[in-house]
Design a protein around this ligand. Structure first.
Ligand code: PLP
Length: 411
């Protein structure tokens, strides 16, 4: 294993970045025969054929040269129309024109470009947690400071305390980062809270960075509320999106940002310096995904809904485990009574059940004491995972409270 601290000349901030605990967990368990991996944000369904075929066609048609830095004009156009259809038209917001869309080489890169554009040493970014950890690392990499605002556990799931959010915004705040529907909790902003957050952030004249990569994976409404419903084109709003989750394209590395048009030139320069653009055949496949991908997305949502039912039904039977059915995204966030070191627990669980979950502590304040499980996989795989997890969790949790495990002879 590389010992980063020993590399001469390495910037201390890079040396000091912790490998995310999700990755640490994957490294711990990867390659075990028969392992069921539910630790990262993807299922076992490959990208649908119509998208893969478009990519093949793109390569065969010679779409293999350097291309537009901000993305193929036709893809930007199509995404503008897609965002308008989803968020603007039904809510009376201004249409999203192509001048607000920048193609990125993944949602992650969209976050990184945003942070590169906005955050310098000592700048603060308020982040609602628990949250996918990469955003916090991206801020730290640029010398910024993360100011977490943990969600509060509520009877029906999680709740954002607007007072806490307001108190976290100070003179050094450059941006507020909100991910709804949330990875890992599934927490989804309702419209009154969306409006309140928007008014708060807009009133303080800071940027709102909205990670909406799970906006289509929502179980109680056709599409999750988006800040695009409220914003004028020139407002300080950046919305992060990705092809990864909607169309099972995690390996393709394709995403997009929606921003004020005025940010376009800056993003174009940053794309130039990071990748000089996303492969044209990949963008071409993305165009086909947006234009023809609604039926697949409906299947994807149905599969996730089934997955959500399977895991909540099974896991809530285990004494000491609670998992609320999340309103959005595709993760169960299991609260484990009495567990204070979720990393250690997740390691022991993979040793015992051969099912990989992510430790809640990976997701910042509010995450410890939980495990995250991705339920985007096929029902058969999830049923098999439950058949292993239910007894293993039951025994491991029971053993914490008085040695039931030993009494049962499973020691
Ligand atoms: C909340 C959130 N944002 C962004 C991403 C990045 O997705 P990708 O880089 O695969 O496009 C993920 C991936 O898991 C995520 O969960």
């Amino acid at each position: 294993m590389t010992v980063y601290h020993d590399v001469p000349g390495l910037r201390p901030v890079v040396a000091g970045l912790e490998e995310t605990r999700i990755v640490q967990m994957v490294q711990y368990g990867r390659g075990r025969p028969g392992l069921i991996p539910l630790w990262v944000g993807e299922g076992d369904i490959p990208t649908p054929d119509f998208i893969r075929e478009a990519c093949d066609r793109g390569i065969r048609d010679g779409r293999v040269f350097y291309t537009w830095q901000r993305g193929l004009p036709e893809l930007r156009e199509a995404l503008g129309a897609y965002m308008t259809r989803l968020h603007a038209t039904p809510n009376g917001a201004p249409p999203v024109l192509a001048d607000r869309v920048t193609i990125t080489s993944s949602g992650m890169q969209g976050i990184m470009l945003t942070v590169q554009a906005l955050v310098g040493p000592g700048d603060e970014v308020v982040v609602v947690t628990p949250v996918w950890p990469n955003v916090m690392s991206a801020v730290r990499l640029m010398g910024g400071v993360v100011v977490p605002v943990p969600l509060d556990p509520a009877p029906e799931g999680w709740a954002l305390d607007l007072g806490k959010l307001a108190a976290a915004i100070g003179p050094r705040t450059k941006a507020v980062f909100v991910n709804s529907p949330s990875n890992p909790t599934g927490w989804t902003l309702d419209r009154p809270t969306l409006r309140a957050v928007w008014d708060l952030v807009r009133g303080r004249d800071v940027w709102l960075v909205a990670d909406e990569v799970y906006t289509r994976l929502t179980y109680e409404q056709p599409v999750a509320p988006s800040f695009l419903e409220l914003a004028e084109a020139d407002d300080k709003l950046i919305v992060v999106n990705s092809f990864s989750k909607n169309w099972c394209m995690t390996g393709w590395r394709l995403g997009w940002l929606t921003t004020p048009p005025a940010l376009g030139d800056a993003l174009e320069k940053l794309v130039q310096l990071n990748t000089s653009g996303t492969a044209e055949f990949i963008q071409y496949a993305g165009l086909v995904a947006v234009e023809q991908g609604e039926p697949f997305l409906a299947d994807m949502l149905a599969r996730c809904r089934q997955g959500r039912d399977i895991i909540t039904r099974a896991l809530n039977q285990v004494p000491g485990v609670t998992v609320a059915p999340p309103p959005g995204a595709f993760y169960g966030f299991l609260r484990l009574e009495g567990v204070t070191d979720s990393m250690d627990f997740a390691r022991r669980l993979v040793d015992r059940a051969n099912v990989g979950l992510a430790p809640g502590s990976a997701f910042g304040p509010g995450g410890e004491g939980s495990l995250r499980l991705c339920f985007a996989s096929s029902p058969t795989l999830l049923e098999e995972a439950m058949a292993r997890l239910v007894p293993a969790l039951g025994e491991m949790l029971a053993s914490r409270f008085g040695g039931v495990e030993e009494r049962l002879g499973h020691g």
